[in-house]
Design a protein around this ligand. Structure first.
Ligand code: ADE
Length: 273
């Protein structure tokens, strides 16, 4: 891994639709991070690198079949130009990870986002039509990654999804108030429910515990809510969390036992049968 002390990540996206990617990421949190220079985005139009007179980048697949394929030459030359630019900027373009976004890849997950956020340069390759000539993929791709078991019309949206998720793992991209949450529960639990003003809306009150001012109790309640939600909606994530956090349940059982004994003692002292 070519990690960088200041954690700056440069995204390079090889695509036939550069505006789609640059415009999509220019708003909100990623846009703010580009402006602050914590991350950067370079879009490379694969069509600019075709040697064909008519700017063609696709052709029929040998052996027949539906649809067109992106040809090896423009993809490879766009890639080489990107590697050269990374080298010129002080990076190691030959070692940069090249992520081909494809439904045939490994499924993208939070831990992958975290891992990719440690790289200096990441090259994304977005396919279109029925795919890309296998020979260039063999030559340049290091990671085949999917964002889920469904097929989209191109790789731009998946690349944007991944860039967004990776960016928020880069130190400084999220404000402290936005990032605090992530660390406390680790990766596997779903968010607890949140409420803002007013205290009552359409007859529904904010849970009393959140108005109590007891920070410790609020944290406990939030964790319980997260656990309950995860157990109900994502049992496989719940299993993972419980396997890695056995001590939480041991502490909880001890706490409950202490509370039970205390209540019993109080009952006895009051002479309650
Ligand atoms: N390209 C088309 N569909 C995709 C998906 N689900 N994930 C990644 N890349 C894709």
């Amino acid at each position: 891994m070519s990690s960088c002390a200041d954690s700056h990540v440069n995204f390079h996206v090889l695509t036939l639709f550069p505006e789609m990617v640059s415009q999509g990421l220019s708003a909100s949190v990623t846009g703010r991070a580009f402006e602050k220079g914590i991350i950067s985005l370079e879009t490379i139009n694969i069509r600019d690198y075709t040697l064909s007179k008519h700017k063609k980048v696709d052709d029929y697949p040998y052996g027949g079949g539906a649809g067109m394929l992106m040809q090896a030459q423009p993809v490879y030359d766009a890639f080489r130009a990107t590697v050269d630019r990374i080298n010129e900027s002080g990076g190691d373009g030959e070692k940069a990870r090249v992520i081909y976004v494809t439904p045939q890849g490994r499924c993208f997950r939070q831990d992958m986002a975290k891992e990719f956020a440690g790289e200096r340069d990441l090259i994304f390759l977005c396919g279109h039509y029925e795919g890309i000539d296998e020979r260039v993929l063999e030559e340049i791709v290091t990671d085949y990654v999917s964002i889920g078991d469904y097929v989209l019309t191109g790789g731009e949206l998946p690349a944007m999804v991944m860039i967004d998720a990776i960016s928020r793992m880069v130190p400084g991209v999220l404000k402290n108030s936005e990032s605090a949450e992530i660390e406390s529960f680790g990766n596997y639990l779903l968010e607890y429910p949140q409420y803002s003003r007013p205290e009552e809306w359409r007859g529904k009150r904010v849970p009393e515990i959140l108005l109590s001012g007891n920070h410790e109790k609020v944290e406990e309640w939030r964790l319980e809510q997260s656990l309950e939600r995860t157990r109900r909606l994502r049992p496989e994530l719940y299993e993972k969390w419980t396997a890695e956090n056995q001590e939480y349940f041991i502490k909880k059982a001890k706490r409950e036992e202490r509370a039970r004994r205390k209540a019993l003692k109080q009952k006895k002292a009051l002479g309650v049968p």
